[in-house]
Design a protein around this ligand. Structure first.
Ligand SMILES: Nc1ncnc2c1ncn2[C@@H]1O[C@H](COP(=O)(O)OP(=O)(O)OP(=O)(O)O)[C@@H](O)[C@H]1O
Ligand SMILES: Cc1ncc(CO)c(N)n1
Length: 261
């Protein structure tokens, strides 16, 4: 069995973060492991508290994982501070981790900051160079490029700029636009539009976490980057189509694809 590690924050309500990652990995056919960077107190209505893991204890988790069950791919999600980022970067280099999928989680769907503003530079300097692909949403791509993204052309411009600046593949997610669910994969010097079916479902908590974890799972299983992204987008669409409706806000996806109902 192939193995995947998620380095991310815990979402006690189970829809995003580590919990979404593990559900996704199981459904995508890999063995899931986790190194928890922070505990969050959150639910479908918002984020009510964040407690960061100490950097030393994060190191301890990563040492336990890498010296025993080596991951075939790594997904990186919420990293709340520059210090945590630095520790993750050092450990990933120390152990020569590969197939790294980095979701630059900055602000939750409910509008809460999950990454210190002053940590953005460290993310770009220390972690982007280690990644095979980064998966920003539109607001994150705007923050990273300084460009305003209003249409397909500006999505292409921003993805190209990120690709050129960091020499890594970019999946610019279009979920924040309201009329479609088209994402842009920029790799090998050109963009590939992945036309998604927009599902009429207000419950989208954890879509980004789910997508990046599915990509890491498919890379671990040996699929190419483009095939991994296509398969993962299909999984996400199916999880939205299952129309789970839990909680008082933007609820979680049905990671089982309706198989338990
Ligand atoms: N209503 C929808 N129907 C189909 N696909 C969607 C819908 N909403 C989002 N997506 C898809 O979900 C994926 C995640 O996109 P999005 O831009 O929402 O990421 P995100 O903002 O990082 O997610 P999160 O809410 O977890 O922070 C993309 O592939 C996007 O196209
Ligand atoms: C822990 C965590 N990671 C990522 C997100 C973004 O969806 C979230 N809401 N919570």
């Amino acid at each position: 069995m192939k193995t995947v590690l998620t380095i991310a924050g815990s979402d006690c309500s189970g829809g995003a973060g580590i919990q979404a990652d593990i559900k996704t990995m199981i459904m995508n056919g890999v063995y899931a492991m986790s190194a928890i960077t922070a505990l969050t107190a959150q639910n479908t209505t918002g984020v009510y508290g964040i407690q960061e893991t100490s950097p030393e204890f994060l190191d301890n988790q990563l040492d336990c994982i890498f010296t025993d069950i080596f991951p075939d791919a790594v997904k990186i999600g919420m990293l709340s501070s520059a210090e945590i980022m630095h520790h993750v970067a050092v450990k990933l280099q120390q152990y020569h981790a590969h197939h790294i999928v980095l979701d630059p989680v900055m602000i939750s769907t409910s509008g809460h900051r999950l990454m210190d503003k002053d940590a953005e530079q460290t993310l770009q300097k220390e972690l982007f160079p280690l990644a095979e692909i980064i998966t920003p949403n539109i607001p994150e791509a705007e923050a990273l490029t300084g460009l305003q993204i209003t249409n397909a052309d500006s999505m292409e411009e921003a993805a190209h700029k990120l690709y050129e600046s960091f020499h890594i593949s970019v999946l610019l997610k279009g979920g924040h636009r309201i009329n479609d669910a088209n994402d842009l994969l920029y790799t090998n010097g050109h963009g590939i539009w992945l036309h998604g079916e927009r599902i009429n479902n207000p419950n989208t908590h954890g879509t980004g976490c789910t997508l990046s974890s599915a990509i890491a799972s498919n890379l671990a299983r040996g699929f190419s980057l483009e095939d991994s992204v296509r398969r993962s987008k299909q999984y996400l669409t199916d999880a939205l189509k299952a129309q789970l409706d839990l909680g008082h806000g933007s609820g979680p996806l049905d990671h089982t694809l309706g198989k338990t109902q």
